[in-house]
Design a protein around this ligand. Structure first.
Ligand code: SAM
Ligand code: SF4
Length: 351
């Protein structure tokens, strides 16, 4: 997989990553607006004014896992289950390609019908159909070390697997018995397979302590992530966490700003969950240091059934409409959409 995005000429030096001690001090002492200013400067120095686009395809909502927070968990009987087939996924990719997308994220539940070998064949088909012009990111949960290697051998470029929370006790409870160590071991396998690695967490989970929030950031830094996805937890009414309160967007904004200071080169998406609890949530994340957007390219017939949480945005409108709206709202905050494939930025590529 290619490992360096072309960098504009004006990028002369790498902003220094803050140390763990500095991050802890900022976490304890800085106001959100101080963090916002510092993070925005670092983000502009590394990524300029571009906001990179990735087309998100939610290809299955079947899942054998039973995470307490998730609307498509195994035990939610109210979900209308769907599974896209190869032809439908390739059509979505072709449509995205014709709009200019060069990166696609295939996200789904842990679906036993979408086996590792079948996903490998899908990745190969996407690469062949696009003459290797697009980057493929997978986000389909826990696999064996061998499984991740097969994905990489098939040509997948990036893998996203959030650790969800750095608190081991909270993790095992919310992920229905799966331990944080198991999740971190999977991330190790993903790195060893040669992927550009993404992880992250939810903010405001019930039971999360202020220390957890700091530890979440420090864990992302110690993992040396290429991509970090974070977003507010939003309680789903048909899960065991129904009735828990949502902590709003501030914790996600604080997390985004601290992550930008801890990992200046990382690609950090402004997530749909942020835009779902506050109307301008994604724009706010960008102003706090995020530099990626993932418009939803799932066909309209399916995306309404991929409800991880209530109030999810962009399920009633086409991807083209969402893009047009995003272009306008980014212009208003001095940013511009970019269709560059924007691989992980590596130090070696700084001139
Ligand atoms: N199944 C894969 C996995 O769990 O890694 C990928 C799909 S999963 C639905 C993608 C992400 O959705 C999870 O990593 C989690 O952080 C997020 N998510 C699930 N339920 C959520 C909720 N109620 N509020 C906010 N984010 C949620
Ligand atoms: Fe399945 Fe992922 Fe939802 Fe957990 S978060 S239930 S693994 S789709």
């Amino acid at each position: 997989a290619p490992s360096g995005a072309p960098l504009p000429r004006e990028r002369q030096s790498v902003p220094r990553a803050c140390t763990a001690q500095e991050i802890e001090r900022f976490f304890r002492c800085c106001s959100l607006s101080d963090l916002e200013g510092a993070a925005r400067k670092v983000c502009e120095r590394v990524h300029g004014h571009a906001v990179y686009l990735r087309g998100l395809i939610e290809f299955t909502n079947y899942c054998t896992s039973n995470c307490l927070y998730c609307g498509i968990r195994r035990d939610n009987q109210k979900v209308r289950r769907f599974r896209m087939d190869e032809g439908q996924i390739l059509d979505a990719v072709q449509q995205g390609l014709s709009m200019g997308f060069k990166t696609f994220v295939l996200q789904g539940g842990e679906d036993p019908r979408w086996t590792v070998d079948r996903i490998c064949r899908l990745v190969e088909s996407i690469k062949a159909a696009t003459r290797n012009r697009v980057a493929v990111t997978l986000s389909c949960g826990m696999k064996s070390g061998d499984g991740y290697r097969k994905f990489a051998d098939a040509g997948a470029d990036r893998y996203l697997l959030r650790f969800e929370t750095s608190d081991p006790e909270l993790h095992v409870r919310l992920r229905d018995g799966q331990t944080l160590d198991q999740r971190l071991e999977a991330l190790d396998h993903i790195r060893s397979a040669g992927f550009q690695v993404g992880s992250g967490f939810m903010t405001g989970l019930p039971g999360e302590l202020p220390e957890t929030r700091l530890d979440n950031i420090l864990l992302c830094q110690s993992l040396g992530l290429d991509m970090v996805g974070i977003g507010p937890f939003i309680p789903h009414p048909d899960t065991p966490l129904a009735g828990q309160s949502s902590q709003g967007i501030e914790l996600a904004l604080q997390g985004t700003a601290l992550l930008r200071l801890a990992l200046p080169l990382a690609h950090i998406p402004a997530t749909t969950a942020a835009g779902s609890i506050v109307q301008n949530g994604r724009e706010l994340m960008i102003l706090h240091g995020a530099n990626v957007l993932m418009p939803n390219m799932t066909p309209e017939a399916f995306k309404k059934s991929y409800l991880l949480y209530p109030g999810k945005i962009c399920i009633e409108e086409s991807c083209a409409r969402s893009l047009a709206d995003l272009k306008e709202s980014l212009f208003d905050i001095g940013r511009a959409l970019s269709f560059e494939r924007a691989d992980a930025v590596k130090l070696a590529h700084w001139r």
